[in-house]
Design a protein. Sequence first.
Length: 221
Amino acid sequence: MNDLSQDSLLREIDEDIRRERYAKLWKRFGGYVIAAAALFVAAVAGYTVWKNHQSAARDAASTEFFAAMAIEGKDRNAAEQAMQAIAEHGPAGYALLAAFQQAALLEKSDPQEARRAYQQLQQTAGSEIYRDLAIIFDAMVAMRSEASPIDADTVRAKLQPLTADSNPWRYSARELTALLDWRSGHAAEAKSALAALAADSQAPPDLRARARQLVAQIGEN
């Protein structure tokens, strides 16, 4: 069994959460017509013009978003600027995607600025599910950053409400809290929490696999 370093573990968690986040965002914002609103708007003269304008705006935002994604590896600064423009002026779904993606890009050059971006999203993201997601990513940046010491108590306190059974990010929050405990020298607490995750049949399979591996790894130390 290969040991999981904290850096590689956080990368795995990051990839898992981002896949889930995009799925949720597309499910919520991918469709164009909102039936209830359409019943009223359809009666208004100029509806077709409005509809075409909205559709064109979404098409333009889609093109800009994926163009920015495509250049991330070649010109990160240009990608950051493009994401910022979409976040500020794009339609709701793409604006939110771009704001999260811009924060992710910022981490590579300025982790503290990335944390500020995620903390702003904790205040401005319209839905609680995305405000909570910003807390998750902020915690991950804090745990990954070597530029400044982590305030473990503050990070743990922000994650704690997200571990509730009713929270959609509970498994990620519990995993990160356990990793934070381990990092802070509380191996017994971390091992207990990870064992519970490994035994939870409702938890994502990749997360359960990581938890099992970490339980074994902590036991060897």
